[in-house]
Design a protein around this ligand. Structure first.
Ligand code: FAD
Ligand code: SF4
Length: 525
């Protein structure tokens, strides 16, 4: 007996004056295009296509999140009398290509104009332009108003600066938005940055409150089935899917974070613990990136808790810095640098990505845990991304495009505008210092300090060569040896590189040979 579909769009519209194309990460109820529509004559167009889950692989939770959130949004629009043309993944007429589906919609609805908010990926923006031009329909690109800093404000700030430093951008945004600024115009508490108070580690298994996890409703369960049957061999596990797929759920996740975990967010921001993927982090990135909630909503809720005395200054400051600082800075960089940015490879690294990045099947305990979290949840917090998974790729010599492709595939919050500057720039230093002034390269010592991973590892974190030496140590020193010439001109690297002067030739040779052997063993070379 066939079951009745939960989500059944009506696609019988024949004519539209304006066609508003809403992409899967543009699900804001305040989308500027919606206000421009005449609900009786214009049509909203949304489509699910295989191409978007296959041009790079996509974790099953990432695909499920996008499709389910799109369907919930289409349902919300329909309930408000918008005419929605929605092409589902299993629609027999679906060409499974974004451009071709847009072309088909134009052909069927003959609009005078196609409206679309700025795409979060240059590839898609280009495809839309080409399709509209071939169909001889004008394309109007709308500004994405969900950010607290417009791209023109970012460009005005960046113009004429030799270096773009996030900290200065952040201070200017704090002043502009009057965030944590005292009456005398100085930063609240006297400092702009409380990072030094935010590096606490756990001494024993932490007892963090469990985060809000949305329960999949019938529509999400239907999508989970569809994703499972369409991509039976896709990466990741689906049974732990609990991401917010609607604005209501995203607001619940925000309230839960602010009331239960924000107060400890600052101090333990950088800590890691096996089996604890979430700790005091907000888990709001996917809701923000799909535009279910806005950055300023998050900030206002957090500010109210701080002003009510429920959250200390170092925690609210840390949170504000991530949201109005790093997030908006990364977006500004992505659009300012243009399409060539994703192919940067300043350090000329050429290694393959080990196969175990997709399975977590490695005897390095830190990587096994961090990669395992990603497979299970499509998520890990910032420090596993930067200091374990990204750091390994950097120091082992993996080609930045390969690790960028992996991050794009495996995280529920991955969209190129935010993934590329974080991976190509911050984590791999492949942009030559646009995002960060020095590479985030670290040895096993950092991981030992910030986690409990090393105690149960097959390798010895105290050793930098020889039997059982921690691969992070071997690769860290090898990275400095290999890139010494390039990095010497960077004044922030001089102190670190001086350590190489103290090494004799034999030690350098042994480290290089061991790094080469490990690269062969891991399938990097
Ligand atoms: P929290 O730790 O609770 O932080 C609060 C919010 O701040 C996040 O939800 C996020 O919106 C924002 N934020 C914090 N740091 C950054 C940052 N560096 N860039 C942009 N936003 C930030 N973030 C993504 O949204 N998508 C990605 O694909 C992505 N890829 C990353 C890859 C690497 C190698 C690194 C180092 C970082 C990446 N980040 C990415 C940034 C950051 O790690 C995630 O935003 C964060 O871990 C999401 O978890 P959370 O919501 O619990 O964040
Ligand atoms: Fe990771 Fe090295 Fe520690 Fe093992 S010893 S968990 S490989 S840092």
């Amino acid at each position: 007996m066939s079951r009745r579909a939960v989500f059944r769009p009506r696609n019988r519209w024949r004519k539209a004056r304006q066609l508003l194309f809403i992409l899967g990460d543009q699900l804001s109820r305040e989308h500027p295009g919606l206000a421009a529509l005449d609900r009786s004559r214009d049509v909203v167009f949304m489509c699910e296509v295989r191409e978007e889950a296959e041009h790079v692989p996509s974790h099953v939770q990432r695909t499920t999140l996008f499709l389910s959130a799109m369907r919930h949004h289409a349902q919300w629009l329909t309930a408000r009398n918008f005419r929605v043309r929605y092409i589902t993944l299993d629609d027999p007429r679906n060409t499974q290509s974004l451009s071709q589906e847009l072309a088909r919609a134009i052909d069927c609805l003959a609009p005078d104009v196609v409206l679309c908010m700025q795409a979060g990926e240059h590839r898609i923006a280009e495809a839309l332009k080409k399709t509209c031009s071939a169909a001889e329909v004008s394309l109007q690109t709308l500004e994405d108003t969900s950010f607290s800093c417009s791209l023109s404000e970012f460009d005005a700030w960046a113009e004429g600066r030799n270096e773009l430093t996030m900290e200065y951008f952040y201070r200017e945004r704090r002043r502009k938005l009057s965030l944590l600024i005292a009456d005398d115009g100085k930063p609240a508490g006297g400092e702009w940055n409380y990072d030094s108070e935010n590096r606490k580690t756990f001494k024993a298994a932490p007892a963090c409150p469990r985060p809000y996890r949305a329960r999949p409703d019938a529509m999400t369960r239907e999508v989970m089935e569809l994703v499972g049957s369409t991509w039976p061999d896709a990466y990741g596990r689906l049974e732990h899917f609990h991401w917010p797929v609607s604005r209501e759920e995203a607001l619940r996740a925000l309230d839960d974070f602010v009331s239960k975990r924000l107060s400890e967010f600052g101090p333990f921001e950088d800590a890691m613990w096996s089996g604890e993927a979430f700790l005091y982090h907000s888990l709001l990135s996917s809701s923000l990136n799909l535009k279910l909630i806005t950055p300023m909503e998050c900030i206002e809720k957090a500010r109210a808790a701080y002003e009510g005395g429920k959250v200390p200054l170092n925690s609210i400051e840390g949170f504000v810095r991530q949201i109005v600082g790093w997030r908006e800075f990364m977006r500004g960089i992505y659009y300012r640098e243009g399409p060539a940015y994703v192919s940067c490879n300043e350090l000329a690294q050429a290694g393959q990505l080990p196969r175990w990045y997709w399975t977590s099947d490695t005897d390095m305990n830190c990587l096994a845990h961090c990669l395992g979290e990603v497979i299970e949840h499509g998520y890990s917090h910032h420090i596993p991304r930067l200091m374990v998974i990204g750091n390994f790729a950097l120091i082992a010599g993996i080609e930045p495009g390969r690790i960028h492709g992996w991050f794009l595939a495996m995280y529920v919050d991955a969209i190129e505008w935010v993934t590329a500057p974080n991976v190509v720039g911050m984590s791999q230093h492949a942009d030559g210092g646009v995002v960060g002034s020095k590479p985030y390269a670290a040895s096993g010592k950092y991981i030992q300090r910030m986690s409990n991973y090393c105690g149960e590892c097959a390798y010895d974190v105290r050793k930098r060569s020889g039997d059982q030496a921690c691969p992070f140590n071997v690769f860290y020193w090898d990275f400095l040896i290999r890139h010494r010439g390039r990095l010497e001109s960077n004044h922030r690297m001089r102190m670190i590189l001086r350590n190489l002067d103290k090494m004799d030739e034999d030690t350098i040779r042994i480290i290089s040979e061991q790094a080469n052997a490990l690269r062969r063993q891991f399938g990097i070379d």
